[in-house]
Ligand binder design. Structure first.
Ligand code: ZN
Length: 143
């Protein structure tokens, strides 16, 4: 159904054509295709596009599942718990301030981090050839 686009890997990632796992994670975090860094990875907030619109790389193999949510929980918890404790010990604001501030920050930070973290995880899965990305990694290595 989808035509195989002609891809010149050297234009994407230097002379060797190899994308390091760190580059793939960074490009995924920015919401870009881990292969070319140009096409958008997401077709909706958390829906990964089946193929990269720029280079045609198959992205539907990812199995991020619940892992992005767990990572976001860990990150947001490590940001907010010290903040909550610091604000309480330094300023001791009334409880209504806590009730207004922290739940709102949890929601905002979680929504802000969810897509980038999912993109980074998909980039990592692509780079190391997990799940259905295995054949694409073998094909990249053969070039
Ligand atoms: Zn691409």
């Amino acid at each position: 159904m989808t035509a195989e686009p002609a891809i010149d890997d050297t234009q994407f990632s230097g002379a060797s054509g190899a994308v390091t796992p760190l580059q793939a994670i960074r490009q995924g975090f920015m919401g870009r295709c881990p292969h070319c860094g140009k096409g958008r990875m997401f077709r909706a907030f958390l829906k990964v596009a089946d193929n990269c619109p720029a280079c045609g790389e198959e992205l539907h193999h990812h199995r991020a599942d619940d892992f992005p949510a767990y990572v976001v929980i860990v990150i947001v918890g490590h940001i907010l718990v010290p903040l909550v404790l610091g604000v309480e010990t330094q300023f001791a604001p009334p409880y209504w301030v806590h009730m207004m501030l922290w739940p709102a920050l949890v929601v905002v930070l979680s929504l802000a981090l969810l897509q980038p973290v999912k993109g980074a995880i998909v980039g990592l899965q692509w780079a190391v050839g997990m799940h259905g990305f295995e054949q694409a990694k073998i094909d990249r290595a053969a070039r």
